[in-house]
Ligand binder design. Structure first.
Ligand code: G
Ligand code: G
Ligand code: MN
Ligand code: NA
Length: 257
């Protein structure tokens, strides 16, 4: 059938939901925030990961609506968690390029923050290299405005593209997320570990926050070095989870601390 039509019906029927993956301070294991990740609850087939539908969603007329809802829902959830568990908890949200329609994103973000009584630092927007390398002055202007308000901007999957370094110079990012392809071999391959260490040092010397993505094993964690004062994300800590399940894991983590 027509997948866009199916997506439209799924969207209208509330079949999209957000999972959350914790972002962890490597030094002491404390959860400092979470990344919101979109899922499609597909009848009979279970939960579809974004890899299977995001490329199509992105090109459809639904992208703007879904993207806007993701910001709205993630901020509502963050506000709830800050009230109940941790007043400093942060939420990270991925953006579609399409959401940078001039004159829409910045007012939207201001409005959502105000309605949920969130300080701007509570929100981090994640940009892929594809968005950054598009080098569109209208996008850059909006990113500047968001940084001026105080919203965090993360450079997602950093290091995978051939122009990551020159893009860093021009883009007002506040956080680098080191791509999981470098973490995967960090415990086994000295070259990969050197790259990870260099990226951490680069990020620190630019006064940026750092997140090492895709940490799956304690050997990888040990190789990266918990002492380096950065954050991490990955299956070692938790897979992306529905909010209720994340709350249960989070409670267990706090009890263990
Ligand atoms: O959640 P996964 O586990 O599979 O995510 C796969 C990809 O989909 C990632 O690159 C992630 O950035 C992207 N993605 C997940 N949720 C969203 C979302 O809400 N908006 C956008 N734009 N991308 C998302
Ligand atoms: O591209 P982005 O970083 O936004 O998307 C995060 C993606 O990484 C999601 O698809 C998420 O499910 C996935 N992910 C998170 N932690 C791990 C991990 O430890 N290993 C692997 N292989 N994927 C992970
Ligand atoms: Mn991301
Ligand atoms: Na990433």
């Amino acid at each position: 059938g027509n997948i866009v039509l199916e997506m439209q019906e799924a969207w209208e029927g509330g079949a999209f939901e957000l999972y959350y993956q914790p972002i962890v301070r490597l030094g002491d294991g404390a959860w400092t925030g979470a990344e919101a990740l979109l899922r499609w609850n597909y009848p009979y087939r279970g939960v579809l990961p974004p890899a299977l539908f995001l490329p199509i969603l992105e090109k459809s007329h639904l992208a703007a609506h879904v993207g806007s809802w993701v910001i709205e829902e993630a901020c509502r959830q963050a506000s709830d968690w800050r009230r109940r568990f941790d007043p400093n908890f942060k939420i990270a949200v991925n953006l579609f390029e399409l959401q940078f329609k001039p004159g829409t994103l910045v007012p939207k973000v201001r409005d959502v923050l105000a309605r949920n009584e969130l300080p701007p630092q509570a929100l981090q927007l994640e940009l892929t290299e594809r968005i950054i390398l598009a080098d569109d002055p209208r996008i850059l202007e909006q990113v500047r405005q968001l940084r001026e308000i105080g919203v965090g901007i993360a450079f997602d999957d950093f290091g995978t593209g051939f122009a990551s370094l020159s893009a860093l110079k021009n883009y007002p990012v506040s956080c680098i997320k080191i791509d999981r392809s470098f973490i995967a071999e960090a415990a086994d391959n000295p070259a990969d570990l050197s790259i990870v260490s260099s990226l951490i040092n680069l990020s620190k010397s630019l006064n940026l926050e750092t997140v090492a993505e895709g940490i799956e094993t304690s050997a990888q964690l040990a190789a990266i070095g918990p002492e380096k004062g950065i954050n991490g994300q990955g299956y070692l800590f938790s897979k992306p989870q529905p909010p209720r399940r994340l709350e249960a894991l989070w409670a267990a983590e706090r009890d263990a601390a």
